[in-house]
Every structure is written in structure tokens, then in C-alpha cells.
Ligand binder design. Structure first.
Ligand code: HEM
Length: 297
């Protein structure tokens, strides 16, 4: 590793506070899991609980890394691109930790682990997603980007969306009765994918389109939840859907997705007031190839 490739330095070899803070924060969940294990706070099944926490963080970091592009464009904060690769590698690291803990939980019996992965559909999906993240991680060095070429690299890295779907499906399938967390994550994923659709059509900067996205993603989340309960638990679709309008019980995921969508609208609407305090850099062009962006990290 040359000095310029240290994770907290920018391309010119100067300290980047944004990269340094992100780098440090990425270790916090892992250290927290280790500390809880050490102090015996994860009883009665410490390794199982650690598997759950590491898997949840893999999905969280995936969503955060997918949020970088929308945030960068909406807030016109170009420097955010500098932390995207780090976040992507964090997804891989937490998914790998998750898998390693699973092997520990199975008493290091690799034949049993392999058999379980083949026989249990939710584990097969998780395994495919992990392999996918490993491919993305291995092809994310400057050298690999150059070797593959910007166009092919961009095309290859589109599989992150598919890996997101697989990761979420794995999350849903293992959740059994309470699917609140996976529904919430799936709603955020819908919001992020919807933003990319708007971007493709050139509407991503329009307030009305962003408002429609917030409402659409919230409705999509409610429909997804109701459909899951109908298919997996045989609960009436309409009943679960209408529960979104029952304000006596805790707010359902769809309302949280609407709230996040409205914050996005707020960021866009108030942008002229504060944009001069962020990077001050120009809005990135819609056609900017991702590999060029990655090289500028
Ligand atoms: C070989 C790969 C994988 C294996 C063997 C595996 C295994 C597991 C196991 C055993 C559980 C707990 C199930 C239970 O307690 O009933 C779990 C949960 C979970 N996994 Fe995986 N997983 C893999 C890959 C992944 C990947 C790539 C992701 C994320 C992108 C992921 C995210 C999750 C999440 C979010 C949970 C639920 C956590 C919670 O309940 O809070 N897993 N996984």
C-alpha cells in the first residue's frame, strides 16, 4: 500500500476529514458486536445474535452506499463520492463477518455449512449475494477498473441492484413472523431505485417528481408488506394494507418511508439556501461514467 492509498487521504495525498471520519465510523458496529460478545451481553445465543447484527449492518451499509449518488446530486455535495468505495467494501466486510460467524455457529463443520447452503433457499440466496459482493469488491481497485475499462466496469457494477434484492429477500425469508425491519429496508431500497428511475428520465431534480417518488415508494412499501403477509402467512391483503391507516398502533413502515421521501424533497427545496456551504463544486454531469468517478476518489 503506497501512502497515497491510505483510506483517509485524498488523491493528492492530503488528509480528508470526510474519509477519515467515515473510515473510523465503519468499524464502530463491528467493535460494538465484539464488545457485546466479550461482555456476555448477547445471551442466551451470543453467536446467533452476532449473526443477526452483522447481517443487519451489511444491509444498512448497502443502503447507505446506494444513497451516496442521490445525496451527492440533490445536495450538490460532490465530495461524497470519496466515501462510496469505502462504504461498498464495508458491505462486503460485514457480510463476510456474518458468514464467518455462521461457520462458527455450525462448529466449523464446513461440509454441514455447504449442505445447509444448498438445501435452505434463504441461505442459497445469501450465499449468491455474498459471492456477488466479493466480485464487486475484487473489481473495485484502481488497477482493476483500468483493466476492465469504464464501460464494462459500469455494466458489471449494475449487479449491485440485484444483490440488494437478494440480500433483502434473504432478510425477509429468515424473519419469520415479524417483518418490520425488512419491510423498512425494502422501502428505502424502493426509494433509492425510484430515484435512479427519475434520474434516467432526467426528472431527478424536479420537486414534483420527488414528491411523487416519496408517495409512490410509501405506497409500494405498504403493498409489498401486505403481499408478503398474504403469500407467506395467508393474512388478507386488504386487511394488512388498511392497517396503514390505523393510527392507534405504532406507525407502519410505509409512513416512515414517506417521511424519508419528504426529507429528500425538503433537501431539494431548501438547496439554494445552503448549497454554497457544502462543496461549492459544480453539479456532476448525468453522463459521467462511474469508473471515471471512482478514479477521482
Ligand atoms: C453465505 C452467506 C450467508 C449465510 C450463510 C447467512 C446466514 C444467515 C443466518 C443463519 C441468519 C439468521 C437466521 C435465523 O436466525 O433464523 C441470517 C440473517 C440475516 N442475514 Fe444472512 N447469511 C448470508 C449472507 C448474507 C448477506 C450477503 C447479507 C446482506 C447483504 C445478509 C443479511 C442478513 C440479514 C439482514 C439477516 C437478518 C438479521 C436480523 O434478523 O436482524 N446475509 N443470515
Amino acid at each position: 500500500m503506497t501512502i497515497k492509498t491510505l483510506p483517509w487521504l485524498d488523491r493528492t495525498g492530503r488528509l480528508s476529514w470526510l474519509k477519515l471520519v467515515t473510515f473510523v465510523l465503519l468499524f464502530v458496529p463491528g467493535l460494538w458486536i465484539a464488545l457485546q460478545l466479550d461482555l456476555g451481553w448477547l445471551q442466551p445465543k451470543p453467536v446467533t445474535e452476532a449473526i443477526h447484527q452483522s447481517g443487519t449492518w451489511a444491509v444498512r451499509f448497502l443502503l447507505i452506499s446506494l444513497a451516496i449518488t442521490p445525496l451527492r446530486r440533490l445536495a450538490q455535495w460532490n465530495k461524497l463520492i470519496a466515501i462510496r468505495r469505502m462504504l461498498g467494501l464495508a458491505v462486503l466486510a460485514y457480510a463476510a463477518l456474518h458468514f464467518t460467524l455462521y461457520i462458527v455457529d455450525q462448529n466449523y463443520d464446513l461440509v454441514h455449512v455447504a449442505t445447509e447452503i444448498v438445501l435452505r433457499f434463504y441461505l442459497t440466496i445469501g450465499f449468491v449475494a455474498l459471492v456477488g459482493f466479493m466480485i464487486l469488491g475484487a473489481t473495485s481497485t484502481d488497477g482493476m477498473i483500468r483493466r476492465i475499462g469504464a464501460k464494462r466496469w459500469n455494466r458489471l457494477h449494475q449487479i449491485v441492484y440485484l444483490l440488494g434484492v437478494l440480500g433483502l429477500l434473504h432478510f425477509f425469508l429468515q424473519a419469520k413472523l415479524n417483518i418490520t425491519q425488512p419491510v423498512l429496508m425494502a422501502g428505502l431500497f424502493l426509494l433509492l431505485m425510484g430515484y435512479r428511475l427519475l434520474q434516467k428520465r432526467g426528472w431527478a431534480d424536479h420537486v414534483v417528481a420527488l414528491l411523487a417518488l416519496a408517495v409512490g415508494a410509501a405506497f409500494g412499501t405498504a403493498v409489498l408488506e401486505a403481499a408478503w403477509y398474504q403469500i407467506v402467512n395467508n393474512r388478507p391483503f386488504n386487511l394488512v394494507l388498511s392497517a396503514n391507516l390505523d393510527f392507534d398502533s405504532p406507525l407502519r413502515s410505509s409512513w416512515w418511508i414517506l417521511a424519508v421521501g419528504l426529507v429528500v424533497v425538503l433537501v431539494r427545496v431548501t438547496r439554494p439556501l445552503w448549497v454554497k456551504y457544502t462543496s461549492g463544486a459544480k453539479q456532476p454531469s448525468r453522463r459521467e461514467p462511474r469508473a471515471t468517478v471512482a478514479r477521482s476518489i
